[in-house]
Design a protein around this ligand. Sequence first.
Ligand code: NDP
Ligand code: GDR
Length: 373
Amino acid sequence: MTNRVALITGVTGQDGSYLAELLLEKGYEVHGIKRRSSSFNTERVDHIYQDRHEQDPKFFLHYGDLTDTSNLTRILKEVCPDEVYNLGAQSHVAVSFESPEYTADVDAMGTLRLLEAIRFLGLEKKTKFYQASTSELYGLVQEIPQKETTPFHPRSPYAVAKMYAYWITVNYREAYGMYACNGILFNHESPRRGETFVTRKITRALANISQGLEQCLYLGNMDALRDWGHAKDYVRMQWMMLQQDIAEDFVIATGKQISVREFVRLSAKELGIELEFSGEGEQEVATVAKITGDKVTALNVGDVIVRVDPRYYRPAEVETLLGDPTKAKEKLGWVPEITVEEMCAEMVNSDLDIAKRHALLKAHGHDVSIAVE
Ligand code: NDP
Ligand code: GDR
């Protein structure tokens, strides 16, 4: 057991929630920053939330925002953490084209604000800092597979902002001797993944379609190739990176890639649906070719359930990402334990449970509205 204290920005997000669980298991006192919102936004951490009136609580939430320097400084001063995990971000690549300035403020300047607050408070020799860097830095890839030394070519306002965050983290390490490091993480998913990222969008929509709650899934570029891992494996690595003697940057990936189309196929297969893809580009569709098992309750062979909507194309696309996690394996002994097939099955079955509950409510006359984006 430990009496170490950790602060997590983005604790209400996918990774933040898994990381908080992991650190609590390890005996940490965990503090997280949550944003003010008009309704509850702590669904992913509600199961670990402890009422402050309970005896000896280990998990604390603070209101805050990465755009607010005085707030970050105050929280850091109060918490005085041994480890800071900066996971908070406007993390959606497509949205960053719509809100580039906000994305830069949160993802780039937010990182600087945290680092500078640590320095200002004289915590730079005490507090270790983890920065959530991303494979999006490679963008227009210069080398296959991508490793720590591969040059960057960001392709979105999100990736450009994250590039600033990457370098300011390196700079504070070099300039002030801070223990500050970047995890260059490739895509990682889970049942807790935000509903508008492509994997969750697919598993959720196909589960809904299988229960008659939606008719069709609309996607953008189905040729995009990604190296998809499981968030649980990746947060383990975030913690490991802060347990070394010397701060270093690591690529975290599985070393395997599949296309968005293949992820659709895998997800459908888990539901007992065999799909046939036909047409090209904007005309591409997926048709139900065969149904097996008993998961599907509302579909027929011949139904078209996936179509392309160019609205989801991005102004500049990252076509392919494939990571080389050799350094993480050799130096830290990290290997991912969950395959993309296992992860996809977990996500599909979790979304199927939700869809079945919604279908039951609908069958009993309740108004069930399904948000789609
Ligand atoms: P999520 O989008 O699930 O979570 C992002 C978190 O940041 C949420 O808690 C969100 O709060 C919070 N947040 C957003 N804006 C602000 C703000 N202005 N101030 C404070 N907090 C804010 O992301 P993931 O968990 O998937 O990713 C975690 C980090 O890792 C992100 O930085 C992401 O960019 C990066 N990353 C993710 C990868 C992935 O594949 N998942 C791969 C590589 C990097 P709220 O809940 O209120 O929205
Ligand atoms: P990404 O994840 O942009 O890689 O960023 P996302 O799941 O959004 O897209 C992956 C690929 O799928 C294509 N795609 C679609 N994407 C979405 N969201 N919706 C669609 O309908 C759709 N159709 C096709 C995209 O064009 C893209 O090529 C994620 C985020 O978690 C970042 O924060 C993180 O840094 C990177 O992963 C690594």
